[in-house]
Design a protein around this ligand. Structure first.
Ligand code: DC
Length: 230
């Protein structure tokens, strides 16, 4: 169970909708912790490859998810999270679309999701948590104080991903990204367990054509107004 005395804000949505940037900037402003749950699935994909575990071996993958030695350090100035897996920095490898696609496959396995659930909830620490992913507001933190669901057109999300990848020195092709993002959206939204869906009480924000600064400002305004009412 989650600790209901600790405030949690959830930010869910498909890849490239701006969740990562918004959650890091919001958490920095509030002085709260962050959880990049997608990075957990991504790091598990890398670890499975390293340990030569087949993606079909659901039990071994779940065991690996429970034991994984991984540390996350938010780097808000760079709009990203540094990830150290078993002593090595995998932050760059983690962001490739190949890694995202494998993470999306692994994320369909119920035992893996169950194994990661407790680890995700452990991030809920005082003074508060901003958690981003696909099922933060629906499954992991259903009692969150405030829930957002960010979305944007597929083309715009592919464009943003393209820029992010090029910025960190990863080669990418825009047309490939459109195809990969569409496939990943479909898999994440249609899986039977914890699919990508807005929580009934989430505020849905379409960020198509809106700058990230404006999105952050809008989310922050809403958060501060809710906090001031409490
Ligand atoms: O947010 P991301 O692109 O880093 O996520 C990578 C994959 O991980 C995503 O395609 C599906 C999976 N994921 C998930 O199933 N549940 C989450 N809460 C976060 C990510």
């Amino acid at each position: 169970m989650t600790n209901t005395n600790i405030p949690v804000i959830t930010i869910d949505g498909p890849g490239g909708a701006g969740k990562g940037t918004v959650s890091l900037r919001l958490a920095t402003h509030l002085g709260w912790h962050t959880l990049d749950s997608g990075a957990m699935y991504r790091v598990l994909a890398i670890a499975a490859h390293r340990h030569k575990i087949s993606l079909k071996n659901e039990i071994e993958l779940a065991t690996l998810a429970t034991r994984l030695e991984v540390y996350f350090s938010p780097l808000p100035d760079l709009d990203t999270t540094q990830v150290i897996l078993e002593g090595s920095d995998v932050s760059k490898e983690l962001r490739t679309e190949t890694c995202g696609a494998t993470a999306s496959q692994i994320a369909t396995i119920p035992q893996v999701r169950q194994a990661l659930l407790g680890r995700q909830r452990d991030f809920c620490q005082l003074p508060g948590l901003v958690a981003e992913g696909r099922d933060m507001g629906t499954v992991v933190f259903p009692d969150a104080s405030l829930k957002f669901f960010l979305t944007a057109s597929c083309e715009e999300r592919a464009h943003r991903r393209y820029k992010q990848l090029i910025n960190i020195g990863i080669d990418a092709k825009l047309s490939d990204l459109v195809v990969e993002i569409t496939e990943r959206d479909k898999r994440d939204s249609t899986r039977t367990i914890a699919p990508l869906i807005a929580a009934a009480n989430a505020l849905v924000i379409d960020t198509t054509g809106v700058s990230i600064e404006k999105v952050v400002a809008g989310v922050l305004k809403r958060v501060l107004s809710v906090i001031s009412e409490q």
